[in-house]
Design a protein around this ligand. Structure first.
Ligand SMILES: [Zn+2]
Length: 209
């Protein structure tokens, strides 16, 4: 599977400079863990418990239909002080979707996810789609470090190393609270949390604007 663990400079600065790839440095070194594709009864529950254990907050980019299937988990994310974002209703690939269909799918998810922050599924969004969202005051969060937890060809340990080798204050890290990623995410997440704690880095949710 072709993907870049560390977002290359040219992609964030030259191709998609208006999307958010990394957070600015702050006085308190801070890292932003994100989870895509939930809520999922096992994986989201685990993520919630781990974050609580480390007094950490995260951002969950939810799929609309999964929020409909697990409304209690979605409410719990908010009740525990995490931020939620929109990840479309059906996990649409922007490159393969007409702009109208894509935007309608996001709006459909909006009836269940009260948030104006968005992450495109697969990281694939066309310029026209992004422009329309930005014009409508959405913020689009990409990432700085991809754990690769969705990749069945790597181990949990490799997934943890993908993050630990690239993480810096300001990093936006991608994990998945999904069945597919479960084995690797559940192994790597505690290591990443322990590493950040050891460095005295804060773990915060992305601002919702
Ligand atoms: Zn996704």
């Amino acid at each position: 599977m072709a993907y870049q663990v560390k977002t290359p400079w040219w992609l964030s600065h030259l191709v998609y400079p208006r999307l958010i790839w990394k957070m600015p440095a702050s006085d308190e070194p801070t890292v932003y863990i994100t989870f895509d594709d939930g809520p999922h009864p096992i994986a989201t529950r685990y993520a919630l418990d781990m974050m609580e254990q480390y007094h950490a907050k995260a951002t969950f980019f939810c799929i609309g239909k999964n929020v409909v299937a697990h409304p209690e988990l979605y409410s719990e994310l908010l009740a525990k002080g995490h931020t939620t974002g929109n990840h479309t209703y059906n996990h649409l690939n922007g490159w393969k979707s007409k702009t109208k269909t894509y935007l309608e799918n996001i709006h459909q998810a909006s009836s269940h996810i009260n948030s104006r922050i968005f992450r495109p599924p697969y990281g694939k969004i066309r310029r026209g789609q992004a422009s329309r969202l930005l014009k409508a005051s959405w913020k689009i969060y990409m990432w700085d470090v991809l754990s690769g937890d969705f990749d069945r060809n790597i181990t949990g340990q490799q997934c943890a190393e993908n993050v630990l080798k690239n993480i810096q204050p300001g990093s936006i890290i991608v994990f998945h609270d999904s069945e597919k990623a479960w084995e690797r995410m559940s192994y790597a997440l505690p290591q990443v949390l322990a590493y950040c704690k050891n460095k005295n880095w804060m773990l915060k949710a992305l601002p919702k604007y």
